[in-house]
Design a protein around this ligand. Sequence first.
Ligand code: ATP
Ligand code: MG
Ligand code: MG
Length: 353
Amino acid sequence: MSTLWVLGAGQLGAMLKQAGTPLGLDVRPVDIESNDELPLQADDIVTAEREEWPTTVATEQLATHNNFVNLATFPQLADRLTQKQWLDRLDLATAPWFPVEQDSTADYAYQTLGERVLMKRRRGGYDGKGQYWLKQAEKSEIPEDWKGQAIAEQAINFDEEVSLVGVRGKDGKKYFYPLTLNLHINGILYASISPLKRLDQYQSTAETMLGKLMDALDYVGVMAMECFRVGDELLINELAPRVHNSGHWTQAGSNVCQFENHVRAVSGLPLVEAEIKNQSMMVNLIGVNLDYQWLNIKSLELYWYKKEVRPGRKVGHLNFCSGNPTVLVNALDSLALPEPYPQAISWLKENLP
Ligand code: ATP
Ligand code: MG
Ligand code: MG
């Protein structure tokens, strides 16, 4: 059996490896800073857990391999400018925007997009890093180092944020998980919940949107689409050509999780419709220390990433899955986490059916 190399050795790479192991696959996440010569074989397969990467010995070797799945897609989606252009070209709804050029002015932003405008750096942003608010009331101007480096987006007064995780096989067949409801606090994902009956009415629209994009890119593997729900409309916030944090609940809540689906797809193995087990929820562990007392909590599954704990840093996540709503509420009540977690816990409780 050939080896599946993963460009990147963060938590997503580790979870791809974990999912491939029972299938008898040799999945090897690679640290992008590595200077080792990798024993790549011609029939090996290469995938990535991140959208972009610096040029290093390791990444050069992987990115020039003939079997790097979706290689051409990464630069298209990793740059918010070309990502937005793809959405416009395919007539997929997204927050109104324009590219921030050398001669762009804040006045133009206010005239075209309104009094609150969010600039996002074209590259490298995550967890809300790489954002800059322009507020007309505060007479904000565009800083010089954002010119030519960012897009400007209308502030969307959304009702809530949802995401769709889908997988597309080499034969073009696509499968989707139920929509996930997400809570971001200060631009960072704190909690997710899925499935929710009340989101069923948006499922087919969302699938059509993401499906159109995956088809246009002839994409193979898992892709995620983050959306704003505004009334009955879905506006695409952003796309991720990889497994996604808002799909982590599938590890507990589905017979085939997003990581296994990605590994299956890029390896050319069969894909099937996922069986959704029960109600699931996910809580990201952000800047908090590991506490093995969590393991006393019924329905909980712990994923600890073995990263150094720093404020604002994702260091793990907790999945919960149960058919018994009381078990889930009790689990949430047992979690003693600092600010701003009480907000996330109440949000989950409010949204539990
Ligand atoms: P991720 O970690 O998901 O990759 P990111 O840093 O790439 O995040 P976005 O997903 O674009 O950034 O934005 C992060 C969050 O900021 C969104 O989930 C949403 O809560 C908020 N946000 C983004 N764009 C807008 C907008 N146009 N109007 C209002 N809020 C927004
Ligand atoms: Mg992003
Ligand atoms: Mg996002």
